[in-house]
Design a protein around this ligand. Structure first.
Ligand code: LMR
Length: 339
């Protein structure tokens, strides 16, 4: 061996060690690539659903120690109402939290139970359904659609808005009212003498601003964050119906996750649900106050006599929708509410 060759040897050995280390590190980094959960929803980040989704992201990433990354796509930026269910079933997105009014389109009209007007008075009554056997049964129905139901998330109680006062049912006559794609909501608007028009959530502001529809129903948090108050002169605090969500994942994606990771995600979801459901009431109250402060909309507080007329006009929708929702399911929901 020449002197020059002998001199090169330690460098060659060092090079080999460095190259091996690089390979190991690169391999290690690849193995540690997180599983990405794309979580798409249609509302603003600053809403009960937006905040619960953010909490889930933080907890899921912490409990899985980085094995999972949750990428949130709010405001319909990835998928809008019409496409998101199909995208979930195809595996193009892993997680959604559609409103319960949007499951009829999946062939599961039973979920329209939650759209029935004056079914529950408050969050506590609502929880008797979602946390009881009826709530579990409904989530179970999703399995046949390749979907796993993980949780129920609250938004709140809807108020009606338009560019005229809406004190009594007859005030709705002739109005075009935006609804979500739910037959129960359609029946509700027809019972008030209005014409229901289906629009995806992301188009509601524009539809109202351009006069394509005259009015809408929403919990205050959605109304405020979409600036709907700026294009509606009147609203009635009717609390005539509830709007909430089911958090759902693609079942095949879920089944591929290691059991320990599923447990960590379930823990994150339970805690995020408790968090989201605990802030929903205050978030909606704050949104209402913020809208009142702008002075753009007159918010009408119903009298007891007015409420009685709304209830009389709308409760018959329950009977009308019973065949679609399932008379038996409806009876069991009533029973859990003590009705
Ligand atoms: C709506 O379309 O009005 C709501 O479902 C939007 C939402 O997700 O809260």
């Amino acid at each position: 061996m020449s002197r020059a060759q002998a001199h090169k040897r330690p460098f060659a050995a060092l090079f080999a060690v460095v190259a091996t280390l690089c390979c190991l590190l690169a391999g290690g980094a690849m193995a540690a690539d997180p599983i990405v959960i794309k979580f798409s929803h249609v509302v603003a980040p600053d809403t009960p659903k937006g905040k619960a989704a953010q909490k889930f992201k933080e907890l899921a990433e912490a409990y899985s120690e980085g094995a999972v990354r949750v990428d949130i796509y709010p405001e319909g930026r990835l998928y809008q109402d019409k496409e998101e269910m199909e995208a979930l079933q195809l595996g193009a997105v892993e997680m959604l939290a559609p409103s319960l009014a949007k499951f009829g389109a999946l062939g599961l009209p039973q979920f329209e139970l939650f759209d029935l007007p004056y079914l529950v008075r408050d969050y506590d009554e609502l929880a008797k359904i979602t946390k009881g056997p009826v709530g579990a049964e409904l989530l179970g129905l999703l399995q046949a659609r390749g979907i796993k139901g993980l949780a129920y998330w609250d938004n709140g109680f809807k108020i009606m808005s338009a560019n005229r006062p809406l004190h009594l049912p007859q005030d709705f006559r002739g109005l075009k009212m935006r609804i979500q794609a739910s037959r129960a909501l359609e029946a509700q608007m027809l019972a008030l003498g209005a014409s229901p028009v289906i629009f995806g959530f992301s188009d509601v502001y524009q539809a109202l601003a351009s006069g394509v529809v005259d009015g809408a129903e929403n919990p205050p948090s959605n109304m405020f964050t979409q600036n709907i108050h700026l294009v509606q002169s009147h609203a009635t605090l009717s609390r005539h119906g509830y709007l909430g969500y089911a958090v759902i994942v693609n079942q095949a994606f879920w089944n591929r996750l290691p059991p320990a990771l599923q447990g960590q995600l379930e823990r994150a979801m339970d805690e995020a649900s408790d968090f989201g459901n605990s802030i929903a009431r205050a978030e909606n109250l704050a949104a209402l106050q913020a809208m009142e402060a702008t002075g753009s909309t007159v918010f009408h507080v119903m009298t007891e006599a007015e409420r009685a007329q709304w209830v009389a006009a709308l409760r018959p929708v329950h009977r009308q929708m019973a065949p679609r929702i399932g008379a038996d399911l409806l009876e069991r929901a009533y029973a859990s509410l003590g009705q």
